[in-house]
Design a protein around this ligand. Structure first.
Ligand code: NDP
Ligand code: DXP
Ligand code: MN
Length: 311
C-alpha cells in the first residue's frame, strides 16, 4: 500500500516484521516499537541504509536525542543521557518492590501507556531496552550511554559534547510532541500540548539509578554488552514474565529472575549466536519464549513451595 510514512507502534517483538517491511519499502518510519531495535537493531538499521528508509525515533528519550544530537559532530559527543522517571517504585524499599501488585505497578507517575511498557517502566527494564535502542540509533559505544532518574520527566534526553556543552530537550510528558516532531520532520507543526513554565516548575531533580532495587537495568546493559542473541532473549523473557506477573502467576521481583534464567539457559545450550535475518530473529524469540515459560513455571513452583514452608 502506498504510504509516505509508517508509524510502527505495535507492542513487542510482534512489531518487528511489519517494521522491517516498512523499512524495506524505503518509507519514513516513525518508530515507537523499540523492540524492533532491541531484537534486530543491526538488521533494521542496515536495511534502512540499504533501502533508503529514514527512521524517526518516536520514543520520547530518543526523539529528544534526535533533536539535540549533532550528527556532523558525532565524534565530539562524549556521552548521551537518557532520563527515567523511576516509575511508581522509585522510593519503595526492595522488599516492598518484590511483592508489589499489578495495580501498583500499572500506576505510572507521569505517562499513560500500554500495560507492558508501564510494567517495564516500574522495573526499569524499559530504560534497559532504551539503552539498546539508543545504541542502534546513534553512532555511540555502549559505555557512552548513561541513565539518570529524573522524576519530573521534563528533560527527556541530553547530549554532552567535548567542549563541555550539555544539550537537552525539554517538554511536558506528552507523546504528542515526539509524535508530531517525527510526523513533521524536518519541519515543525503546532501541537496544543501544555507549555512548560519553568518558574512554576521551580526545581528539576536528578538521581543515579539504584542497581540493587532495579536490577533489570544492569541485566539489560549486560545483554547489550554481550550482544549477539542476548537482547532478543532479554525481550522474549520479559514479554513472557510481564504477562505472567499481570496474571499474578509470579511476583514483581520474579520478572528479572525469569529474564535472567531465559538468557542463562540459552547461553548454556549454545544458542546465543547473532541472528542475521528476520527468520533467525523470530526463531530465537520463539525459543526464548519457551525457556521463559519454563522459568515462569519453575519460579511459580518455588514461590508456592516457600509459601507452603511458611505455613
Ligand atoms: N505508550 C507510549 O507512550 C510509548 C510507547 N512506546 C512503544 O510503543 C509500542 C506500543 O506501546 P503502547 O501504545 O503503549 O502499547 P498498547 O498496549 O497501548 O498498544 C499496543 C498495540 O499493539 C497492537 N498489537 C499487539 N500485538 C499485535 C500483533 N501481534 N499484531 C498486530 N497488532 C498488535 C495492539 O492491538 P490490539 O489493541 O488490537 O490488541 C495495540 O494497538 C511499544 O513498543 C512501546 O514500547 C514507546 C514510547 C512511548
Ligand atoms: C513516554 C516514553 O518514552 C516511555 O518510554 C517513558 O520513558 C516511560 O517512562 P520511564 O522513564 O518511567 O521508563
Ligand atoms: Mn521512552
Amino acid at each position: 500500500m502506498p504510504a509516505d510514512m509508517v508509524v510502527a507502534a505495535i507492542v513487542g517483538a510482534a512489531g518487528l516484521a511489519p517494521t522491517l517491511a516498512a523499512v524495506r519499502a524505503g518509507r519514513a518510519v516513525a518508530l515507537a516499537n523499540k523492540e524492533s531495535l532491541v531484537c534486530a537493531g543491526k538488521l533494521v538499521m542496515s536495511e534502512a541504509e540499504r533501502c533508503g528508509a529514514t527512521i524517526l525515533p518516536v520514543d520520547s528519550e530518543h526523539n529528544a536525542l534526535f533533536q539535540v544530537f549533532e550528527t556532523a559532530n558525532a565524534a565530539q559527543v562524549e556521552k548521551v543521557i537518557l532520563t527515567a522517571s523511576g516509575g511508581p517504585f522509585r522510593t519503595w524499599s526492595k522488599a516492598d518492590i518484590a511483592d508489589a501488585t499489578p495495580e501498583a505497578a500499572l500506576r505510572h507517575p507521569n505517562w499513560e501507556m500500554g500495560a507492558r511498557i508501564t510494567i517495564d517502566s516500574a522495573s526499569m527494564m524499559n530504560k534497559g531496552f532504551e539503552l539498546i535502542e539508543a545504541f542502534h540509533l546513534f553512532p555511540l559505544e555502549a559505555d557512552q550511554l548513561e541513565v539518570l532518574v529524573h522524576p519530573q520527566s521534563t528533560v527527556h534526553g541530553l547530549v554532552q559534547y567535548c567542549d563541555g556543552s550539555l544539550l537537552a530537550q525539554l517538554g511536558a510528558p506528552d507523546m504528542r510532541t515526539p509524535i508530531a516532531h517525527c510526523m513533521a520532520w524536518p519541519r515543525r507543526i503546532e501541537v496544543a500540548t501544555r507549555r512548560l513554565d519553568l518558574a512554576d516548575l521551580g526545581t528539576l531533580t536528578f538521581e543515579r539509578p539504584d542497581p540493587d532495587r532495579f536490577p533489570a537495568l544492569t541485566l539489560a546493559r549486560s545483554a547489550l554488552q554481550t550482544g549477539r542473541g542476548a537482547p532478543v532473549l532479554l525481550n522474549a523473557g520479559d514479554e513472557i514474565a510481564v504477562a505472567a506477573f499481570l496474571e499474578r502467576r509470579i511476583r514483581f521481583a520474579d520478572i528479572v529472575t525469569v529474564v535472567e534464567r531465559t538468557i542463562e539457559v540459552a547461553e548454556r545450550a549454545g544458542e546465543l549466536a547473532e541472528p542475521d535475518s528476520l527468520d533467525a530473529t523470530l526463531a530465537l524469540d520463539a525459543l526464548g519464549r519457551r525457556y521463559a515459560r519454563e522459568a515462569v513455571a519453575a519460579v511459580g513452583g518455588e514461590n508456592r513451595a516457600m509459601a507452603g514452608g511458611r505455613r
